[in-house]
Design a protein around this ligand. Structure first.
Ligand code: GAL
Length: 365
């Protein structure tokens, strides 16, 4: 018997903040996600959070949904799943966040990277994990998790910062001095040997095919743009610090009208805060802050319409159209977190976002 919650859906409009039913009528469980277009189909990957009623912790990982119209999504199941084996880092109880998938044209493989925290360790590990598959919807084979760029300095790291002797105890309880010390590489030096922290992340493939792993590093205070090898499976060791000590999370990049843009958030955990926008001529920077891209009421802009960025989608059949994808987190029941999709609009040559209770993707122009 088909129950009420299992009614086939026909979504015609985007309704930010509402339940977004998949083709089986269940709220799309793909949070902190991103979208990859392949062979005429969009694939949405995101955190598949365990519903509160679910006791089986092995049913956790990266959810994948497919769609032709960006409105009606079919659940393709877990593309990556925790492994029921205590000898692997990907065991049940670990945390998988903000997964992104890119396609490597040379190897014809799909590569997934994700923020990975270890079982029982809170957010201390600050690792990034990588998995690979021959099929876009998976299953993905887990390869490894690591802290990137061990033993190498960022490209844009001044020589004189390399030997500074300030350490964490010197700046304890002194917020201004801490900011200065972080700018001058406090955590880069601390983590030099073991590798740099990697928390909130995204992937970005530049127009020349070079891919970057972009992650909140240095205790979430500085973004690192780390170049990936040609097969997208490793770090080359070339990396750039972006907006040092400005505490950006939730990076979401896109290239539009000849420039690179990045939406991001501040660092207030699951609680929304004012979005930020930055622009650059090259993906590796210099990045320049453009302030808050929200164009709502003061209250709405303070919390980015109750959302935190995760991805910017560019539908393939439309030129110069971009969609801001964000999450409205429900920390006590993450599976129920809502998807906030809003059209990117342009104001004085700058991408901005406004609130729409519902909107029609077919009317975007
Ligand atoms: C947010 C981050 C989320 C999640 C959360 C945990 O700042 O963007 O992805 O890690 O913190 O508190």
């Amino acid at each position: 018997m088909i129950g009420l919650t299992a009614r086939p859906q026909n979504n015609n409009l985007i309704r930010p903040g509402e339940i977004w039913p998949d083709t089986e009528g269940k709220h799309i469980n793909a949070h902190g996600g991103g979208i990859l277009f392949y062979n005429g189909i969009y694939y949405w990957f995101g955190e598949s959070r365990l519903p509160r009623t679910e006791k089986d912790r092995t049913r956790y990982g990266v959810g994948c949904y497919s769609s032709k119209d960006l409105l009606n999504w079919k659940n393709e199941g877990l593309a990556l799943r925790v492994i029921n084996d205590t000898s692997t880092l990907l065991q049940p109880g670990c945390v998988i966040e903000r997964p992104k998938v890119i396609y490597n044209k040379k190897t014809k493989k799909f590569i997934m990277w994700f923020h990975h925290e270890l079982k029982g360790q809170g957010y201390r590990a600050a690792l990034t994990g990588v998995a690979v598959s021959d099929n876009i919807a998976g299953p993905y084979t887990y390869i490894k998790s690591l802290r990137p760029n061990a033993g190498v300095w960022p490209v844009n790291f001044p020589e004189e910062f390399k030997n500074l002797s300030v350490n964490e105890s010197d700046i304890k309880g002194k917020p201004d001095e801490r900011i200065k010390a972080v700018k001058e590489g406090l955590y880069i030096r601390r983590d030099f040997t073991g590798g740099q922290m990697a928390r909130d992340m995204t992937l970005f493939v530049d127009r020349n095919g070079k891919a970057y792993h972009i992650h909140s590093s240095e205790e979430n205070m500085t973004l690192h743009f780390s170049e990936l090898t040609d097969d997208y499976l490793n770090f080359t060791g070339i990396y750039y610090r972006v907006l040092p000590a400005e505490s950006n999370e939730a990076p979401a990049l896109f290239f539009a009208k000849g420039k690179y843009y990045m939406f991001s958030s501040g660092t207030t955990g699951w609680k929304p805060n004012p979005a930020r926008l930055a622009v650059a001529d090259k993906v590796t920077g210099e990045w320049m802050s453009l302030g808050n891209p929200g164009r709502g009421t003061e209250e709405e802009n303070k919390i980015t319409f109750g959302s935190q960025s995760t991805f910017v989608l560019s539908p393939k059949d439309k030129k110069n159209i971009y969609i801001f994808m964000g999450d409205r987190w429900t920390p006590e029941n993450l599976a129920d977190s809502r998807h906030i999709w809003l059209p990117v609009e342009w104001e004085d040559g700058i991408p901005v976002i406004k609130w729409y209770k519902e909107w029609n993707i077919k009317e975007l122009k």
